[in-house]
Design a binder for this molecule. Structure first.
Ligand SMILES: Nc1ncnc2c1ncn2[C@@H]1O[C@H](COP(=O)(O)OP(=O)(O)OP(=O)(O)O)[C@@H](O)[C@H]1O
Ligand SMILES: [Mg+2]
Length: 367
């Protein structure tokens, strides 16, 4: 067990463990067609926590259900841990058992826990092992070990009705881990829980990710979940992924909708004769007093138009929209100073006049 593995290092060049290629799902009912997935290419690397966000109806649940073939894609492929699940599902004969085996390596956690109320906690966790044909003694050993792992060692004999929501979800997670999956899928696992319980469940998912090297693909509508545990994220709209990448990279991408959702900064220039700059602070740079250094070094007055600081994946990250006196041409040197400090600098709006030093970070259409 790679305990204490450095999550960040694991992610940076991990192999893809979940890949979907041009995944499409069209629901047909009573002559009507709904395109729930419209050519989705998803790449989740080994050992990362990957969040999918998007509005209701965007296709998030359909995507996750297609990843473990609970839902049959209309076209496209799904590969998990090197196995093409769509090919397994495609073969008529014996496809069932091959697909079942492959699925046992994919754990699934549900919003409403989906526990069997007539079974004890231990028997709920044993259920997938029964289906896999594991012997009684081994099943019990494994179930108790997993309950210990999720902090419910003392609840083995309880029934679901006797547990709190957070405890039920812990049972759901233990059950999902029964087949020693490489991948855990979670569809809104915390949205039925209060904020405190949500935090503890997210912490558990993160611990499992770190201790077991488990790859987690989760769906959420809460940006806080992304901030707290996700290494990477994708934004879905109308069945498509419209933005995706490592959270740290998205934060540094000018015009990123996800970054704006995670760290909303607003504010417009107070006059034409000003330069508005969005600064993203990450890692070491987040702790340096760069703005006051900038002000002192160049003897300029800086206005802060908006700011948001938070912790993402255990690292401090922030965005700030500042206003510098003078037009862009007059601020080339101060902006260079900020970049030299390791900050991501995005010139959000430029007073009229040609750009003296166009940069790829400028937003399209910025004037
Ligand atoms: N079994 C189904 N039959 C027909 N249409 C469906 C079916 N399941 C989902 N859809 C449609 O597919 C689209 C995507 O649904 P999906 O459940 O994937 O959205 P979602 O992003 O998970 O939304 P939410 O945040 O509300 O859970 C929606 O328009 C939905 O109505
Ligand atoms: Mg859904």
């Amino acid at each position: 067990m790679p305990g204490g593995t450095n999550r960040r290092a694991l992610n940076s060049d991990g192999n893809p463990v979940i890949t979907t290629t041009d995944l499409t799902k069209v629901y047909r009912s009573r002559g009507r067609e709904v395109t729930a997935l419209d050519g989705v290419d998803l790449h989740v690397r080994e050992g990362e926590v990957y969040g999918v966000v998007g509005q209701s109806g965007a296709g998030k649940s359909t995507l996750i259900r297609c990843v473990n073939l609970l839902e049959r894609p209309t076209s496209g492929t799904v590969t998990v841990a090197g196995q093409d699940l769509t090919a397994l599902a495609g073969r008529r004969q014996s496809a069932g058992s091959a697909l079942r085996q492959a699925r046992s390596r994919i754990g699934m956690v549900f919003q409403h826990f989906n526990l069997v109320s007539s079974r004890t906690v231990r028997d709920n966790v044993e259920l997938p092992l029964e289906i896999l044909g594991v012997s009684g003694k081994e099943r019990t050993r494994k179930a108790l070990e997993l309950l210990e792992l999720v902090g419910l060692g003392d609840k083995a004999r309880a029934y679901p009705a006797q547990l709190s929501g957070g405890q039920k979800q812990r049972v759901g997670i233990a059950r999902a881990l029964a087949g020693d999956p490489k991948v855990l899928l979670s569809d809104e696992a915390t949205s039925a829980l209060d904020p405190e319980t949500t935090r503890s469940i997210l912490q558990l998912l993160r611990d499992l990710n770190e201790q077991l090297g488990l790859t987690v693909l989760l769906i959420t509508h809460e940006m806080d979940v992304v901030k707290t545990i996700c290494d990477s994220a994708a934004l879905m709209r109308d069945g498509r992924i419209v933005e995706s990448g490592k959270v740290s990279e998205l934060l540094a991408t000018p015009g990123s909708e996800l970054a704006q959702e995670l760290f909303p900064v607003g504010g417009v220039a107070s006059s034409e004769d000003r330069t508005v700059v969005d600064v993203t602070f990450q890692g070491e740079a987040a702790t340096k007093p760069v703005i006051s250094q900038l002000s002192r070094t160049y003897n300029i007055d800086i206005s802060i138009l908006g700011a948001a600081m938070d912790t993402v994946g255990g690292h401090q990250v922030g965005r700030m929209r500042i206003e510098l006196p003078g037009r862009f041409e007059e601020n080339v040197v101060p902006i260079g100073f900020l970049r030299e400090q390791g900050l991501q600098v995005d010139v959000a709006a430029i007073a009229d006049g040609p750009r003296a030093n166009p940069t790829p970070l400028l937003k399209e259409g910025a004037k």
